[in-house]
Ligand binder design. Structure first.
Ligand code: GDP
Length: 299
């Protein structure tokens, strides 16, 4: 947690500065509130959540007659945590039943899908789980190579098909191997070419259906790149229409991005952010924690 905090910490965020500007005046006028709202919106918090937050802050600051910056910051923190929602169940479902737990990882190419699969495999192996990877992106040979490299690094086998093979048949094969070898988890890395929405829908839908002939898919994790801001929201909407997403992985939070998109994306999809990517290394994946996240936003 300390590492996450340190990595996310910029010096003195615009949010904290905005808040300070608010309460350092004798009288908070409309212009000041508007300026603060703008800070929130440019932090990718979204218009709806921003309005909610400002309304809550206004009434709480007024009712309590708050003039102490530390107290105001505490209130802002509480309201932000409430927006991010600490009550959501963020556990990744990776326990096998009669068949291996199947986790599909989806997202646009370049967001960090394959890297996330590798890191997640590492986490599961550290929990003493047997894991098989499925390289379902048969469109690019390099994609399967990259996944297999991760498999070698983490010490788990990768099932792959010939270049141009039917993605669903490779997914089927990966789950078949998982069942035969009685592994705990099959992690399926999918293709993320946004050629056309129907193309993607057909492909991911078929992959999922074919897998489910053998074992239920317990998780569909959508990978979003935190540095792309509102773009992440657009991608989330597309994938929501294509496949039933059960959780979000927000990558590249080690950069300058603060990930203000979290609240909007969670609301849009009705599913929680479960994991965050904090770098390119094998151990750079962490569970999402609402409190730690908000502290980083405010740092
Ligand atoms: P994919 O096309 O979605 O499978 O994306 P990749 O897994 O190939 O990742 C694309 C690039 O993003 C690679 O250079 C990764 O090393 C990098 N990457 C992935 N996750 C993270 C992260 O959490 N932080 C940083 N800094 N880079 C990441």
């Amino acid at each position: 947690l300390a590492r996450l905090r340190r990595r996310l910490a910029g010096s003195d965020s615009p949010l904290s500065r905005g808040l300070l500007a608010l309460i350092s005046r004798d009288r908070i006028d409309e212009d000041t509130w508007e300026a603060f709202e703008e800070v929130l919106i440019t932090s990718d918090l979204g218009v709806g959540p921003t309005t909610e937050l400002v309304d809550a802050l206004r009434s709480r600051l007024r009712v309590d007659g708050v003039s102490d910056p530390a107290r105001a910051r505490e209130i802002l923190r509480e309201e932000l945590v409430r927006l991010v929602d600490p009550t959501l169940d963020r556990a990744v479902r990776a326990d096998r039943g009669d068949t291996p737990a199947v986790i599909m990882v989806v997202g646009v190419n370049g967001t960090g899908k394959t890297t996330t699969v590798g890191k997640l495999a590492r986490v599961l192996v550290a929990e003493d789980k047997d894991v098989v990877l499925g390289a379902v992106d048969t469109f690019r040979a390099a994609a399967a190579d990259q996944l297999a490299t991760w498999g070698d690094r983490v010490g788990v086998p990768t099932v792959r098909g010939a270049e141009g093979a039917d993605p669903a048949s490779v997914a089927y094969q990966a789950v078949k191997v998982g069942i035969e070898q009685e592994v705990d988890v099959v992690l399926v890395d999918t293709a993320g070419r946004l050629h056309t929405k129907t193309g993607l829908m057909d492909e991911l839908g078929k992959v999922k259906r074919v897998i489910e002939r053998q074992a239920p898919v317990g998780e569909v994790l959508l990978v979003l790149d935190a540095t792309t801001g509102q773009n992440g929201l657009t991608q989330a909407r597309i994938f929501r229409d294509v496949v039933d997403v059960t959780g979000i992985v927000l990558t590249k939070l080690d950069g300058s991005a603060k990930g203000g998109i979290v609240v909007q994306v969670q609301r849009e999809l009705g599913v929680p952010v479960k994991l965050v990517g904090l770098g390119e290394g094998v151990d750079d994946l962490a569970p999402f924690d609402a409190e730690v996240f908000v502290d980083a936003l405010l740092d």
